[in-house]
Design a binder for this molecule. Sequence first.
Ligand code: UD1
Length: 367
Amino acid sequence: MNFLLVAGARPNFMKIAPIMEAFAKRRAISNGFSYRLVHTGQHYDRKMSADFFTDLGIPEPNVNLAVCSGSHAEQTARVMVAFEKLCLEDCPDWVVVVGDVNSTLACSLTAKKLGIRVAHVEAGLRSHDMRMPEEINRLCTDMVSDLLFTTDEGASENLRNEGIHAQKIEFVGNTMIDTLLRNRQRALGMSLPAGVTANAYAVLTLHRPSNVDSPRTLERILEPIRELARNLPVVFPVHPRTQRNLEKFGLLNWPDADMRLIEPLSYLPFIGLVARSKMVLTDSGGIQEETTVLGVPCITMRENTERPVTCTVGTNILAGTDSERIREAICLVVKGIPAPKRIPDKWDGHAAERIVARLLDEHSVSC
Ligand code: UD1
């Protein structure tokens, strides 16, 4: 039995790490299967990719497809062409994809058309916003998947409502949280950026094209954060896309505010930074989940979230992208709302073990 595991972009690496580890553990007691890691190369900078492999102890990928940047069509097409060739040489029985990036979609479609079974980790999340490339990637990947591993019951329900057979769906928990729980102590040992002290700064991340590609939207989002930064330092690890746009739109100058723009951080320093912050402002998907587990208030600057459990039981406030609403959310957080409630079910550090157990069971059933 031969499994090909795929990772391509920054948010994939923390999801694939515990699955690699769980496969390695099972391999130590049985050699009835093999597994290989494919990096599509969608993210390629050291700070967006290699540093994560080092921090998380992920073995060197067996194959790197080195597709790099491009338009959505170019990037997806390049992954498909290269991955098809690899599948034809490698003949995997299963392709395991994670998350919702272009590489997830490209590899699941390619595998399915070759008659290879596909397992999707983090299936069933829905923002119901088809303007998001990730939503299109999630829907298409789930449609062609043979096994769909979900992070919460809401995601399983989404899939059943879309007509996916219940037997293909398994609620296993969250592999990103497996990684967080494994590394939390090490992350807390990382030093903070010079001049900031624990519980006395905010963290900002922004990268969504809908937020950072238009000067008006970006300015509207940054305005209340600039006001916050007059009283509380805001540490801002800047994504390459955002950096280019801040330069292009002339938004890099913050004379009246303590905004600390730094390069993207690798996993451990980033989690160390978030865990000791007073609040996080973000448009990321995964950070909504990490702050829920860390008990750090999170303001999400999007109109919707595919991760509603972080608002209903976690610390997340969905604030949209209007200055006024972001301002109100900041006021709530300053007043101590929302207080941490509980950790979602099965976000217990064992999701990857459940996934690998099911994949190996499927194999024994099909034998
Ligand atoms: C991708 C994912 C998104 C994820 C995000 C996290 C898709 C559709 N989007 O968005 O879901 O939340 O990653 O970062 O797959 N770039 C670099 N160095 C790199 C990688 C990218 O400079 O290592 C530049 C590229 O040139 C590109 C821009 O950043 O112009 C965006 O990269 P891209 O892979 O297109 O998508 P992300 O915005 O990173």
